[in-house]
Write a protein that binds this ligand. Sequence first.
Ligand SMILES: [Zn+2]
Ligand SMILES: [Zn+2]
Length: 244
Amino acid sequence: METDIAALGYHALLLGGFVLLCQGLLSPVVFMVLGLCTYLRNFNALHEGIHTRRAGHNPLRMIRQAVMIVHGPLQLGRRELSINHHLHHAFPGDPERDPEVAVSTGPWWRAALAALLQPEHTFLAHVRRAGGITRTVRNALIYNAVVCAGLVALAGADIVWWIAVTRLGSTASWLVFDWVMHHPRLFGRSELPLPRALQLLWSVLFTRGNLNGIRNHTLHHRYPFVAGDELPALARFLAATPRT
Ligand SMILES: [Zn+2]
Ligand SMILES: [Zn+2]
């Protein structure tokens, strides 16, 4: 439930920032910088939420779809995103079975293009796999349409800033958390070769849990149920445990 609250909070912050932008109280540059940080934090909370165990009683379950930031009308829902990610964990890099393969393998420019069009690309792939639009996808499409219509009504021409921040945030998230993390030169290493100053800046901008997650992505694949914040302790434990 904590991850739902965090994701919902970051979504609300992004929406709040957008309202301020539309009112002329926030400059587009400040909105883009703050918005990208908020977007990545929401993305991270969504990812953590996918791997957490279901709580017995979670009053937020009914409004789970609301934690997802809407990029456009064609976008899968929370349920499909979760299933896709579990398939990615089960079959990483498998062209037939990993729904995230386009953004996690191949040359950087192809992955960047796939990351840019990730919402539409995964939507089409899902419809092709499922043989049509399932009930939960239909609900997600209705939700997207309502939110998009509301945002356009609120923002008018300023909608371009919403499209820019969500598209840039989504592209950066998929490119960093999939393509970079799965690059053969990084995947399988126990630590990322990041300078200390950059690590500090990263955790300030995108949370410490996110930094711990990207520093230990290989470990995350082997122990997906361990939260990002616990991964360094797990890495130390495994390093200190003698192999038999
Ligand atoms: Zn992965
Ligand atoms: Zn994961």
